[in-house]
Design a binder for this molecule. Structure first.
Ligand SMILES: *Cc1c(COP(=O)(O)O)cnc(C)c1O
Length: 347
């Protein structure tokens, strides 16, 4: 791996971050706060939140078995994705490499930041090889993006190939584990200390059932996390979100129950889809959604919209011709979808 200084944009490496009132005074003994130009009325929403979210991080660190200083929290995973570009990629000069198809935000953030986005197509089983991915890199490649389980294909990427990339690539490897809770594959978090070039992304939006509060997590070496903390907006995670996250973390056993039910429902949907006349192929899934090739994705998508049921049409995505992406819902919702599809007439 190159040194972190070599990988970081020079202006970011040199940056002296904005220092907020809550950064400068961190003690808790004080009882009179006249430093941040807040309104003394309308508690508790009158006070700026902790810019570093230590209470949430300390609780999360115990659950995830990492050091709290190895955690970055942001406004969804999308903030962490944007920050890796802003921290490491010189616009108009550096590039990133990613599997294709995958989550669309990586390319959008690359385009916004004027960073070349190099796609390496997955094989017909939606797997990749480290060699093919590394062959697309050059001296200006700062990041490789991997998403496992991958969106929209739903499958886990090969652990062996991921580790080969981590061992061979001299830049940073972002592994997006947004759907890891639904997979049998262990998280790479357990190996964080072994790979100084690893950045793991997770989110409160899926298994944790908190898409509304916008809270994403990045886990990496304390040095990488320090860079993110330096360039983020000072109060990037608001107080309401921090409060709700703490509440969820304190009843994290409930998430296991949701995940168990959703995996059972995924199995139910897959076995029922196998009997539908409109199904061509069901791709195996390790996530809370699955990809299904149908007779005519556009027609079936529009038919379902007419029935008030929305799935994701992935027909135009590479390797996903005539594919719909179906999120696993409750049994009632899943049965509504199945009923509608049983009544679908090919014309
Ligand atoms: C849904 C999803 C996320 C989560 O994004 P948030 O901004 O945290 O809601 C991240 N990565 C992938 C691949 C996803 O599908």
């Amino acid at each position: 791996m190159k040194t972190l200084q070599e990988l970081t944009r020079p202006n970011i490496w040199k940056l002296k971050p904005y220092s907020s009132a809550r950064d400068e005074y961190k003690g808790v003994e004080a009882s009179v706060f006249l430093d941040a130009n807040e309104n003394p009325y309308n508690g508790p929403h009158n006070r700026y939140p902790d810019p570093m979210q230590w209470e949430v991080k300390n609780t999360l660190a115990r659950i995830k078995k990492v050091d709290p200083r190895q955690i970055f929290l942001g406004n969804g995973s999308d903030e962490a994705i944007d920050l890796v570009f802003r921290a490491f990629c010189q616009p108009g000069q550096d590039n990133v490499v990613a599997i294709d198809p995958t989550y669309g935000m990586y390319q959008v953030c690359a385009d916004i930041n004027d960073v070349e986005y190099r796609k390496v197509q997955l094989n017909e089983n939606f797997q990749f090889t480290a060699d093919k991915l590394l062959a697309a890199t050059d001296m200006h490649t700062k990041l490789i993006f991997l998403c496992t389980p991958n969106n929209p294909t739903g499958n886990d990427l090969s652990r062996q190939e991921i580790e080969k990339v981590l061992n061979s690539f001299d830049g940073l490897v972002v592994v997006d584990e947004a759907y890891n809770d639904f997979s049998e594959a262990p998280s790479l978090l357990a190996d964080l200390d072994r790979y100084p070039n690893l950045i793991v992304l997770q989110t409160f939006s899926k298994a944790w059932g908190c898409a509304a509060i916008r809270l994403g997590m990045a886990f990496a070496s304390t040095d990488i996390i320090s860079i993110f903390s330096k360039i983020k907006y000072p109060y990037n995670v608001n107080q309401l979100t921090q409060k709700q996250a703490l509440e969820m973390l304190h009843r994290h056993y409930e998430i296991d129950r949701w995940v168990k039910i959703l995996k059972e429902e995924r199995g139910y949907l897959e076995s029922e889809f196998a009997h539908l006349p409109c199904t061509v192929h069901i791709f195996p899934s390790d996530a809370n959604f699955f990809l299904v090739r149908v007779t005519d994705a556009m027609k079936i998508y529009n038919y379902l919209v007419g029935e008030g049921i929305i799935v994701r049409n992935r027909h135009t995505v590479s390797l996903c011709g005539n594919c719909l992406r179906v999120t696993v819902g409750t049994r009632v919702e899943n049965d509504k979808l199945l009923d509608a599809l049983r009544h679908y007439q090919d014309s």
